[in-house]
Unconditional design. Sequence first.
Length: 405
Amino acid sequence: MNRLLTTALMIASIIICIPLPATEGLMIFGKMETESVSGIGHKDVGHNGFLSRLTLSMEGGQESVQFRGEGGFESSWGILDRETIIADSGLSISQQEIQETASFGDCLFIDQAWASTRTGPLIIRGGFIPIAWGSAYLYNPTLKVSEPLFPGEELERTHGVPGMAMDLALPKSITIEGYLLAKPRTGQAMKSMDSISTANFPFGSRLTFRTENIDSAVSFFRELPSAHENPRYWLGAEASVLTGPVLWYGEGSATIKNPMETAECSFGVSSELPWLVATLRAEYLYFANGSDTDTYDISLVLIGQKVLLAQQYLFISIEKEDPDTAAWMLSAGVLVNLVDTSSLILLKAEWKPLTEASFSIFTRFFSASFDSTNTGEFGGSHTLAPGITFRPYRSLIGLSATWNF
């Protein structure tokens, strides 16, 4: 709790101490999100969850210097809280982890905090910077700078990482991009001299080509999975092609040392359906190092190293919005594990009575959660040790509200 108070006071002091003349052109805005859910399926009936997240953003600057900050406070409980799910599985959480999170369900977070300078065709950014590489919608094989998220989660939230980045615009719509980071993909920031050495720093470079209907890029990057692992060198490529109302895209990467064993790819299509006034998406995912059987090392999910454990997946979704006033939206999607056929079904109905407010009812249905003997990836129970099983995914139905201000 002391760490929470210290961080809160520090953020408040920064805001209060901004000189009044500097507020010219300064924009401060935010978002309040809440979710209240109830579990459904095997063993989860009667288990509830709650999440509340306040996000504040601030941006401004002059013509050649810009800055942006984004952070807030989040409180989560029950089946929406990772630590609660771990404890419910019979696993212990170390005192060190408790101290690092300060409180089981509460945390202050900083997603972005960076400044940028533009000098002609060159833009340089530094701080907690967002890295948004990739053309795919659900999963980006060429983006390996932060802890992996479950596909489709927090699509509107961008997590920054400490480091520096640059973009250099060249003639004929060619851009060179690069980044140099000070944090491994998972775990805490590097604290030792060895882990922060030149041989371990995560970095990346990308060459992009853009035309009216085609975007493409090739990339080379070094990933540091954690402070205790050796770095890995990757090559990546991506492309997207717009043909009328249809967007085709593909993205892939592989390590230089073991390309056949580490290859990852996403291929998809997004199309407007004029007769239904809706958007249809489909995406295929492939992981060469994923399991081709229904046996998984679920501990990789527990430590945050991976979120998808099988070799192949298929995602299909459809989204329809009020064509007149955008006052409502309906969406449905399914992510299928093509190895064990377990699936995640997503349904959502959203009502927007005001531009600044929206209310939704939604469900996340993991098919394997309704059978106590099912070991499917999406909702199944997985044995970590004798007498200890872990189910990272829980089926639920819930209500959510979002206010923008």
